[in-house]
Design a protein around this ligand. Structure first.
Ligand SMILES: *Cc1c(COP(=O)(O)O)cnc(C)c1O
Length: 406
């Protein structure tokens, strides 16, 4: 394989590699999707209805839980879970700073205060030690995020939650099918929030989400809250929201769920192949490859490397020049966001989050990605690193923070 990397690409050989090409997946399931959509049209049931019921049953089985409540988005799934946990003004909810915005905005929407915890630099997931430090008598819930498709340390988090009587809501938006000790994401916390946004491992053709739980009481709450708190019709016992999944989305997701294990295994294979290619090219000590922690099944929603010495943005530009898609998830920790300035976090108060946000780069990893495309990605990165070394240019001015300094 080594030989493949000794060939420099000429201009005419430059081919695009998309970060995510959903059309390849669609090509395979086109007819099944058309049939499913037609079934919905023929049924005349467009919101909730039998396809949504079926999806809830399917996800309950897949995520190893007793109850699933479908809703309009992953963001709503988090919001509904916090509503069911009775989170409100005066409460604190511990969330990682290194995550998608929706993890924290659900907290503020209910008038509660997000408390940002730092991450473990290897897994990018919330650091249980920092969670422990941030628990107060006001802590009502913790939202561990299974970032990039790998489960957070649910054993440590559940233990802390139990001791302190805190609700755990898993943000499993990026991690359907991920496992820890053989148990799936969404079955560890009191509730789990999933997203069917098209870029997730199980995506619909629009927005969609779902909450899982093993608790009958919470399931009843969630079932009420997502339809205006209404039961029976036009009688409202609580103030809910309108967050229903439509039948088209459910029908599409039901079709795709049959393929999910196969697609996940393709993602795992692609990750393994990147690791081999980067190692064979001698790049495994030039960039930090993503790691799968013990006892876990990583489902690779993202394959995220770290680029040191302030070279990340330049590397991304050089990939983009070769029409290779790469994305930064996420360029700024939530504690540094304009809208959360009022919480008063210093930039360097969460060092691992700060460093990760300046160093991460996610590469194409979708199931249908071809070996040849992966090779293009790896050679582009190799060429960039070689050219950078040849020029002996000093690192750009993006300092990372040292742990000692803080
Ligand atoms: C995508 C995502 C969400 C939100 O899901 P939507 O369906 O887009 O609302 C929440 N948390 C994380 C970590 C996500 O990646």
């Amino acid at each position: 394989m080594k030989g493949n990397f000794n060939h420099k690409l000429t201009e005419s050989e430059v081919q695009p590699v998309m970060l995510l090409d959903l059309r390849r997946q669609y090509e395979v399931i086109k007819d099944e999707i058309a049939d499913a959509l037609k079934r919905v049209c023929d049924s005349g049931a467009f919101v909730l209805g039998p396809e949504v019921k079926l999806l809830e049953q399917n996800i309950s089985a897949y995520a190893q839980v007793d109850y699933s409540i479908a809703c309009a988005s992953g963001s709503d799934a988090i919001l509904l879970a916090l509503m069911a946990a009775q989170v409100g003004p005066g409460d604190e909810v511990i969330v990682p700073s290194f995550t998608f915005f929706a993890t924290a905005s659900a907290v503020t929407r209910l008038g509660a205060k997000p408390v940002f915890a730092d991450i473990d630099p290897v897994s990018f997931n919330i650091d249980p030690n920092d969670v422990q430090r941030k628990i107060t008598h006001r802590t009502k819930a913790i939202i561990p995020v299974h970032l990039f498709g790998q489960m957070a340390d649910m054993i440590a988090i559940n233990a802390m939650a139990q001791t302190n009587n805190i609700v755990v809501v898993e943000d499993a938006a990026q991690a359907i099918g991920a496992e820890l000790q053989g148990r799936r994401s969404g079955c560890w916390g009191n509730m789990g929030a999933f997203s069917f946004y098209p870029t997730k491992n199980l995506g619909g053709a629009g927005d969609g989400g779902l909450v899982t739980t093993r608790c009958e009481r919470l399931a009843k709450c969630l079932n009420l809250y997502h339809v205006h708190g209404m039961n029976p019709r036009y009688y409202h016992s609580v103030i809910g929201i309108n967050s229903r999944l439509d039948s088209f989305q459910a029908a599409i997701i039901n079709v795709k769920l049959r393929y999910l294990e196969g697609w996940t295994n393709m993602r795992i294979q692609n990750a393994r192949r990147y690791n081999e290619m980067f190692t064979d090219a001698g790049l495994d000590d030039k960039i930090v490859l993503p790691a799968t922690l013990d006892e876990r099944r990583h489902v690779w929603n993202q394959y995220t490397v770290r680029v040191h010495d302030g070279l990340r943005d330049e590397m991304r530009t050089s990939l983009s020049d070769r029409k290779i898609g790469a994305e930064i998830y996420y360029p700024l920790g939530l504690h540094e966001q304009e809208c959360f300035k009022y919480l008063g976090y210093a930039t360097d108060s969460l060092i691992e989050t700060y460093n990760a946000s300046r160093e991460v780069l996610s590469l194409p990893i979708f199931p249908e990605l071809k070996e040849g495309e992966q090779r293009l990605v790896v050679s582009a990165i190799r060429d960039f690193i070689e050219s950078r070394a040849a020029r002996r240019v000093l690192p750009a001015a993006v300092p990372t923070l040292s742990r000692e300094a803080a």
